[in-house]
Design a binder for this molecule. Structure first.
Ligand code: ARG
Length: 564
C-alpha cells in the first residue's frame, strides 16, 4: 500500500518504473524522519551527480497533495498526510485480499514423518510444526499444496523390532504400554547385540522376510504400525495438525524394483562389497547405497521411489522435505541420483532443513532410550499454563480450554520464532512467559484487542471509520497508532518473504512486532474515549490489529483464545 503510493508519487520525478522504485524503498531508521525513504544511489550513477545532490533536487521539486518530501543526505524521506491516508489504509486493510499467486501450482510437503514403534519424540515436533506452518502459508498464497506424513514404517529396524519381540516380548506388558514396551525391546536389542553376535543376522533375516511378504513378519509389523499410529494421532490432535496423506515408507515397497531396474539400465549401479551403490565421487559425495548385500532395500532407495511417485503420480511441481539437518547428506545424495537418472525436476526438490532441538539442555536419543517424549512435554506445558491462569485470572471461563491453547501454543511458537536452521534449546519456563517473545504474549495481546473491542461496543457510535469520515485533525491515532497501522500494511510482504525462504519465523517475528506495536498504542493512547470520531478510528485500528494477529497465529498453528 504505502510502497505503492510512494512509488506512484515519485514516478514523476524519477526516471524509473513504479516497480523498480518499489524495490528500492526503505523504512527510515526513525519514525520522526518519515514513513518511507527512497535512496538516491542508483540515480546518482545515472545522473553523474552525488546522491545528496540528487536527493536535494528531487525533494525540492516534489509536490503532492498528501505527501511531503524532505532530503536527508542521500535519501528522500516521504511523509504521508495522516488525515488523508488513515481512512484509505483502513479501508484497504478491511478488504485485504491475499492474491493467489500460487494458483495451479502443486506443492508436496513431506512433514512430521516419525518412526513407528518409537515414541513421538520432541525431535519430530519441529518437522510437524514447521511443516504445518509452511503448508498454511502456501495455502494462503493460493497454492495447491498437499502434506504427506512419510511414516518410518519400513527398514531393518523392523527386523530388529521383530527379532527382539520374538526373544523377549511380553504380550501383557505390550498391551499395557505398546510404545514404551516396543522402545524397551529396541533398546535391549542394541544392548544385547553388542555381546550376542547372532542377534543382528536374526534381525536382518526378519526384515528380509518382511520384504518378501512373510505372513508372521507382516502380522507383527502391522501390529506395531497400528499401536504407533494410535499414539501419533493423539499427538496430532493435540497439536491440531492433520495430513492430506499418510503414506509410510512401506507404501513404496512395490515401487522400488522399477527404480532399481532403471538405475541398472542407465548403468548407474555399481557393486561395492556385495552391495549395489550409485557412485557420486564426481560430486564429492560418498556413494548412495541402493541395495544391501542381502538384497534388501534401504532408506535412500525408498526416498528415490517416493520422489518419483510424488512427481509423476501426485504431480508435485515442487517437493519439500521438512527434515532435520542431520539428513542433509542423505537428501543431497537422493537428489543427485535423481539428476543422474535424467530427472531434471530434481532441482525442484528442496530439503527444508532445521537445527537440533534440545529440551531443557537434554538431547534426544532413541537408541539408548533416553528420550524426551513429546506428550510429557505437552502435558507439562498445559499444566503450567493452567497454574499461571489460576494465578492471573482465576475467574476465567473455560480455563482448561484456554490453558490448552496457551500451553500448546507456547511450545509451537517457542519453536517457530527461531530461524529454522538454528539449534533450539527449549525452555518451557521461558516459552510460557506472558512477557517477552512468546506465544502467550501474542495470544494475550490478541485477547486484549478483543476485550477493548467489547468495551468499545458497549458505547454508542462506534461504527467503523470510513473514507469520508471528517477526522478531527491528523492525530486521531497518535504516533503509536500510526506506526501500528503502517505495520499492519506489511503482512503480505512478510508472507512472501516467509514463503521465499520457507521460514515461518518471519511470520512469528511479525506477530511479535504487531503485538508489541499494539501494546505501545494501548499504553499511550486512550482507545475508548468519549470523542466518537477518535474512538471509532482507534477501535477500528484495534479490530484490524486483532485480525492481523489472529490471521498470523492461525498460520503458525497456535490457538486464539478470546479471553485469557
Ligand atoms: N522417518 C525419518 C526419521 O525420523 C524421517 C523421514 C523424512 N522424510 C523422508 N522422505 N525421508 O528420521
Amino acid at each position: 500500500m504505502l510502497q505503492q503510493w510512494a512509488a506512484d508519487a515519485l514516478k514523476t520525478y524519477v526516471p524509473l518504473e513504479a516497480d523498480q522504485i518499489m524495490g528500492l524503498l526503505e523504512i527510515p531508521p526513525s519514525a520522526q524522519m518519515g514513513d518511507i525513504a527512497f535512496p538516491c544511489f542508483m540515480l546518482a550513477k545515472q545522473f553523474r551527480k552525488a546522491p545528496q545532490e540528487v536527493a536535494k533536487d528531487i525533494a525540492g521539486s516534489f509536490s503532492h497533495p498528501a505527501i511531503t518530501a524532505e532530503a536527508a543526505g542521500p535519501y528522500i524521506n516521504l511523509k504521508f498526510d495522516r488525515a488523508h491516508y488513515i481512512p484509505l489504509i483502513m479501508d484497504e486493510l478491511a478488504t485485504e485480499n491475499i492474491p493467489d499467486t500460487g494458483k495451479g501450482r502443486k506443492i508436496v510437503i513431506d512433514m512430521s514423518s516419525p518412526n513407528i514403534a518409537k515414541p513421538f519424540g520432541i525431535g519430530h515436533l519441529r518437522s510437524t510444526v514447521i511443516g504445518a506452518a509452511i503448508y498454511n502459508m502456501y495455502k494462503l498464497a493460493g497454492y495447491d499444496v498437499v502434506s504427506v506424513n512419510h511414516l518410518g514404517d519400513w527398514g531393518t529396524q523392523f527386523g530388529k523390532q521383530i527379532a527382539a519381540y520374538k526373544r523377549w516380548g511380553d504380550d501383557n506388558a505390550i498391551s499395557e504400554d505398546p510404545i514404551g514396551e516396543s522402545l524397551k525391546l529396541y533398546v535391549r536389542f542394541h544392548e544385547e547385540a553388542a555381546e550376542d553376535e547372532t542377534l543382528e543376522p536374526e534381525a536382518r533375516e526378519w526384515f528380509r522376510k518382511l520384504e518378501a511378504g512373510d505372513e508372521e513378519a507382516r502380522r507383527l509389523w502391522a501390529f506395531f504400525v497400528e499401536v504407533s499410529l494410535k499414539e501419533f494421532n493423539r499427538m496430532y490432535k493435540r497439536l491440531n495438525v492433520s495430513f492430506d496423506y499418510t503414506l509410510g515408507e512401506s507404501f513404496y515397497n512395490d515401487k522400488m524394483q522399477p527404480v532399481v531396474e532403471s538405475l541398472k539400465e542407465k548403468g548407474l549401479l555399481e557393486e561395492s562389497d556385495g552391495a549395489l551403490v550409485v557412485r557420486l565421487d564426481d560430486e564429492g559425495m560418498p556413494p548412495c547405497l541402493i541395495l544391501k548385500k542381502d538384497g534388501t532395500t534401504i532408506y535412500p532407495t525408498r526416498d528415490l521411489a517416493t520422489a518419483i511417485y510424488r512427481h509423476d503420480v501426485m504431480e508435485g511441481e515442487r517437493l519439500l522435505y521438512v527434515v532435520g539437518n542431520e539428513q542433509k547428506l542423505h537428501f543431497q545424495q537422493v537428489f543427485s541420483v535423481l539428476r543422474k537418472m535424467g530427472m531434471d525436476w530434481a532441482d525442484s526438490c528442496i530439503h527444508v532443513s532445521f537445527g537440533l532441538m534440545k529440551f531443557e539442555g537434554k538431547k534426544m536419543s532413541t537408541r539408548r532410550g533416553k528420550i524426551v517424549v513429546l506428550e510429557t512435554v505437552l502435558d507439562e506445558a498445559v499444566a503450567r499454563a493452567l497454574a499461571i491462569i489460576n494465578e492471573k485470572n482465576p475467574d476465567l471461563e473455560n480455563k482448561e480450554q484456554v490453558a490448552n491453547a496457551v500451553g500448546i501454543g507456547a511450545i509451537i511458537f517457542g519453536d517457530l520464532k527461531n530461524h529454522r536452521l538454528n539449534e533450539v534449546d527449549f525452555s518451557l519456563e521461558e516459552a510460557l512467559s506472558f512477557e517477552g517473545e512468546t506465544g502467550p504474549y501474542v495470544q494475550y495481546t490478541y485477547a486484549r484487542t478483543q476485550s477493548v473491542l467489547t468495551k468499545g461496543a458497549a458505547m454508542a457510535g462506534t461504527a467503523g471509520i470510513t473514507a469520508n469520515s471528517a477526522l478531527p485533525g491528523s492525530d486521531v491515532l497518535g504516533d503509536s497508532g500510526w506506526e501500528l497501522l503502517k505495520l499492519l500494511t506489511r503482512f503480505q510482504e512478510q508472507l512472501q518473504r516467509g514463503l521465499r525462504n520457507h521460514e515461518p519465523s518471519v511470520l512469528a517475528r511479525y506477530a511479535l512486532d504487531v503485538a508489541q506495536s499494539f501494546n505501545q498504542f494501548y499504553n499511550k493512547e486512550r482507545i475508548v474515549t468519549d470523542e466518537d470520531q477518535v474512538r471509532s478510528a482507534r477501535l477500528n485500528l484495534t479490530r484490524l490489529a486483532g485480525l492481523s494477529l489472529s490471521r498470523t497465529m492461525q498460520l503458525l498453528g497456535i490457538g486464539t483464545p478470546e479471553r485469557m
